[in-house]
Design a protein around this ligand. Structure first.
Ligand code: XMP
Length: 180
């Protein structure tokens, strides 16, 4: 699996220090206010689990499922399939946590949907941000790293369902795409 990686963009140590920084920002923003981290499945599960363990204030955890890539690397229509219960949303301060902010469609749709379902407030925290790819006007409130316009894998991010378990973020060799 590691042989499929052409270049490491963020090492495990860099990732953890970026998460330390963002966890401190989130902690400061929510101290004294209850909030729920809503992890966007599947990609953000690795990031969310490292992030919440660095936030030393009370929080709750919920999940939502969204997908836009299928098995490829081109963004398609966003499908929202699994939602937190009404009780987990209504009147709550929600922090949407996602692996990567690309065109912005997934998070902007989730934002609108969660507010429609009665959330008191919705903010967002992303592991990676690809600002040059934005198709809708959307900015994350918290982000770990900006990344160039490159399809990346690892640390929760997949290609065709694989590579999520790499402890770093890297760019795939052309040959790894060609194999599928
Ligand atoms: P949008 O375009 O809605 O995309 O902001 C967000 C979702 O698209 C996926 N995505 C990627 N997945 N490597 C991946 O493995 C990438 O480089 C990449 N860019 C976007 C991801 O699921 C994200 O939640």
């Amino acid at each position: 699996m590691h042989d499929d990686i052409e270049r490491v963009l963020f090492s495990e140590a860099q990732i953890l220090s970026g998460i330390d920084r963002v966890a401190a920002e989130v902690t400061e923003a929510y101290t004294g206010r209850g909030f729920t981290v809503v992890s966007v499945l599947k990609g953000s599960c690795v990031f969310a689990s490292d992030l919440i363990r660095r936030i030393p204030i009370p929080l709750e955890l919920a999940f939502v499922s969204a997908s836009s890539y299928g098995d490829g690397t081109e963004s398609g229509p966003v499908q929202l399939s699994f939602f937190p219960t009404g009780q987990e949303i209504e009147g709550r301060n929600l922090l949407l946590v996602d692996d990567i902010l690309d065109t912005g469609r997934t998070l902007s749709q989730l934002f609108a949907e969660l507010l429609k379902r009665g959330a008191a407030e919705v903010r967002s925290c992303v592991f990676l941000d690809k600002p040059t790819r934005r198709a809708v006007d959307f900015q994350a409130d918290f982000r770990c790293f900006e990344v160039e316009d490159l399809f990346v894998v690892g640390y929760g991010l997949d290609y065709a369902g694989r590579y999520r378990n790499l402890p770093f973020v890297g760019a795939l060799h052309r040959a790894a795409f060609a194999r599928d």
